[in-house]
Design a protein around this ligand. Structure first.
Ligand SMILES: [Zn+2]
Length: 178
């Protein structure tokens, strides 16, 4: 789902965004992703895990957010990160996203981590750790594999509690429906 395309036209806003962005870890893009995930979660049929990825061009500060839509689209590859990469490549007529950083509410899985590497994304920021299905810090630790040609910088655990409660709220709700 494409929910946001924005460019900071006002100078002061741009300066502020650059300061935020070049500061610690640009935590506001994770916060933004959580807010979008909450909205998606409330308006969806409740089957898709609320995971949102915000892809940011760190040179122009343009960004777009996408949410996981596996069940909605009947597509097992429709993870938020994959959609973000696919749409951004298409929009820019490129297969490489060297000028982009990705902010995602949950640790990327194996499939997404591999796609992030293929797309040559500069940096990955994520919120909650995924002990069961994560592929970056947990599981196969894709970026540490010798068969991976591009290894992005990874910063995990941003607004971790906020991102965790998003996921735990979802599963609690799902169990209630059973
Ligand atoms: Zn994934």
């Amino acid at each position: 789902m494409d929910v946001n395309v924005r460019y900071c036209k006002k100078y002061w806003l741009k300066v502020l965004t650059i300061l935020l962005y070049s500061g610690l870890v640009g935590t506001d893009f994770i916060r933004l992703s959580v807010e979008i995930a909450n909205n998606v979660f409330e308006s969806s049929d409740g089957l898709d895990v609320p995971v949102v990825a915000t892809i940011v061009n760190y040179k122009t500060l343009q960004y777009r957010s996408f949410s996981n839509s596996v069940y909605k689209d009947f597509d097992p590859t429709a993870h938020a990160e994959i959609i973000a990469i696919r749409e951004t490549c298409k929009e820019n007529n490129t297969t490489y996203l060297d000028d982009y950083d990705l902010y995602v509410t949950l640790e990327p899985c194996v499939m997404c981590a591999a796609a992030i590497s293929y797309a040559r994304i500069r940096r990955v920021y994520f919120g909650a750790y995924d002990v069961k299905s994560g592929g970056v810090i947990h599981g196969p630790k894709v970026f540490e594999s010798t068969s991976i040609h591009h290894k992005p910088e990874v910063i995990g655990g941003i607004h971790e509690k906020m991102c965790e409660s998003l996921i735990s709220g979802f599963f609690k709700n799902l169990r209630k429906k059973d």
